[in-house]
Design a binder for this molecule. Structure first.
Ligand code: 5GP
Ligand code: ZN
Length: 115
């Protein structure tokens, strides 16, 4: 989609620090990290938010979670958070669906974080 920052990154028109990629998903570093380790798990398909997910997107949504899990393993994270912000009131700024992968805090310590 034109003028969408995450469409530009997933189609390689804009740069990002890419950790992993599949046919349908790209995992890249968040430019303004909210945790010691902060990646974004992003579908190549432009879906504005969780609100617009269709029945036909269910396999893609499962794949997003699997990619987040594989990225966390690759990064050596033992525990982590996966967060969808939904809509402006939910803190969503970029209107292209993405899962935040957050971690890297001290071991055995409970954490709260806002993204
Ligand atoms: P949201 O608030 O929409 O859930 O999260 C958007 C995230 O995208 C934010 O954490 C923000 O730091 C990140 N972000 C925004 N623009 C860019 C960009 O151009 N490149 C990268 N790598 N991250 C971005
Ligand atoms: Zn997009």
């Amino acid at each position: 989609m034109d003028n969408c920052v995450f469409c530009k990154i997933t189609s390689k028109q804009s740069p990002a620090e890419i950790l992993m990629e599949s046919d349908d998903v790209v995992v890249f570093k968040d430019i303004y990290p909210s945790a010691p380790v902060h990646y974004l798990v992003v579908s190549k398909k432009h879906i504005p938010s969780i609100k617009e997910v269709l029945h036909e997107d269910e396999v893609l949504m499962g794949h997003l979670i699997h990619m987040a899990r594989d990225a966390a393993e690759k990064l050596g994270l033992n525990g982590y958070k996966l967060v969808f912000n939904v809509g402006k009131e939910g803190g969503q700024i970029v209107d292209h669906i993405h899962l935040h992968l957050l971690g890297g805090w001290a071991k055995n310590k409970a954490n709260t974080v806002n993204v």
